[in-house]
Each structure stands twice: as C-alpha cells, then as structure tokens.
Design a protein around this ligand. Structure first.
Ligand SMILES: CC(C)(COP(=O)(O)OP(=O)(O)OC[C@H]1O[C@@H](n2cnc3c(N)ncnc32)[C@H](O)[C@@H]1OP(=O)(O)O)[C@@H](O)C(=O)NCCC(=O)NCCS
Length: 206
C-alpha cells in the first residue's frame, strides 16, 4: 500500500490498540456484553433479512442496520415483522410481537423502567430497583416512530400507533391511536380500509 494517509490511519489504529490506556475487563458479564457489541458491528455488513435471522427472528422478518433489540432471547416474534432504523425493542422484561407488524423508524418499545433506581440514588449496574413488565403487541400493527410504548402495555391486533405517540395504556384491536398519552382516534374497520385504499389508488391490487 503506498497511500500515506491510509498507512497513517493503520499506524494510528495499531498505536491505540497497543496503548496501555485501552483496557478490557474480563468477567462473565463483560464477555457477554462484548459478544453483543461485536455481533452488532458485524451485523452492519449484513442484509436486513440476515440481521433478523442472526437475532433468531422467524422467516420474513427484517431488521434495519441501526435498530437495536435488547435481550433478543426474551422476544417472541411472529413472521414478517419489520424493524426500522433506530427503533429500539427492549425485550428485557419479556416482549411478544405478532406477525406482519412494523416498527417504523425510531419507534421505542420498553419493557423495563429504571425510575426507582434513579430516585433511590442507586442506579449502579445490577441494582435491585429495575421494574420489568411483559409487553405485548399484536399482529398487523403499524407502530409509527418516534413513538414510545410503555412497559406492561398490551396493544391488540391491527392497530395504528400514529407517529410521536406515547402509549401508556392497553389498546384494543382495530383502532388508530395517537397523541401523548395516546387516545383512540378512530376504528380501523373495513370502511376505513376501503376509503384509504381508494384515496391512495390501491383498489386495483385487490
Ligand atoms: C397512519 C396513516 C395511515 C393515517 O392515514 P390518514 O389518512 O392520516 O388517516 P385519517 O385521516 O383517517 O386520520 C388521521 C387522524 O389523526 C390525526 N393525526 C395524524 N397524525 C397524528 C399524530 N402523529 N398524532 C396525533 N394525531 C394525528 C389526523 O389529523 C387525523 O385527525 P382528524 O380525523 O381529526 O382529521 C398515515 O398518516 C401514515 O401512514 N402515517 C405514517 C407515515 C410514516 O410514519 N411513514 C414512515 C414509514 S417507516
């Protein structure tokens, strides 16, 4: 290689790697964390389908490169789920997602809360104050981003969560919700679907 800039970058990388200030702590926890970090780095070179498969998601699921799934082993996920850029699905408290659901860019789903740890001035790693609640999102849902779904919430099937919403309470099947806190805006019934198809000239696909 005769590009001096490239050569300089390589030399710099080598110097940083061999510096004593670059230290790694070798415990069971750090080994686990490092494995996650390395997987995420390697996943940058993967396609959306490969990334989903690496996370153990079923057929047809796609995960964009900057999405994050926390504790994927606690995620029970249906087929054909799409997770957009910068979406965060926290499955640490147990997360169930039905098939054909989309998490749009920046959607945030939480199954844990650290508020008590902060108020107790005890938010060290491994503190006992973290609240975890199983959270469920149905099939055929569209979760607009950047919305937040709170821990413990159950969202039914065929629900639209409009962008910028905060879903703090359970949501029944077949509704559109929006706002903070999210409120039901309308039913998603066959009439609404027919009108929406017509408005968007999608009738010919049926
Ligand atoms: C969700 C969606 C299908 C709704 O379609 P629509 O034609 O706007 O639906 P409707 O007109 O029947 O109803 C929307 C109602 O919610 C309101 N609304 C729209 N966005 C809202 C929001 N983010 N928060 C609260 N209310 C909202 C509208 O003003 C309207 O209220 P109105 O009935 O009083 O006029 C469409 O807006 C959409 O696809 N949005 C998301 C686009 C997106 O995020 N793309 C990124 C893909 S990764």
């Amino acid at each position: 290689m005769n590009d001096p800039v490239k050569q300089g970058i390589l030399e710099l990388a080598k110097a940083i790697w061999s510096s004593d200030s670059l230290r790694f702590l070798d415990t069971e926890r750090t080994r686990g964390l490092r494995e996650d970090i390395l997987r995420k780095l390697l996943a940058l070179a993967m396609t959306d389908d490969e990334r989903a498969a690496m996370l153990g998601l079923p057929d047809g699921c796609r995960v964009r490169e900057s999405a994050k799934i926390i504790s994927p082993k606690n995620l029970v996920c249906g087929e054909y789920v799409w997770v957009g850029e910068n979406a965060v699905l926290d499955a640490s408290g147990g997360l169930q997602v039905g098939s054909h659901t989309t998490f749009a860019v920046g959607a945030l789903v939480w199954t844990h809360g650290s508020v008590l740890a902060n108020l107790e001035l005890d938010n060290r790693s491994g503190n006992p104050w973290i609240v975890r609640k199983p959270t469920k999102i149905g099939s055929g849902c569209y979760i607009g981003g950047p919305s937040s779904i709170y821990p413990g919430v159950t969202i039914g099937n065929k629900v639209i969560v409009l962008p910028m919403s905060v879903v703090a309470e359970d949501v029944p099947d077949n509704v559109m919700v929006g706002g903070s806190p999210a409120r039901i805006i309308r039913a998603i019934d066959e009439e609404w679907m027919a009108r929406y198809r017509e408005q968007n000239e999608l009738q010919n696909l049926l």
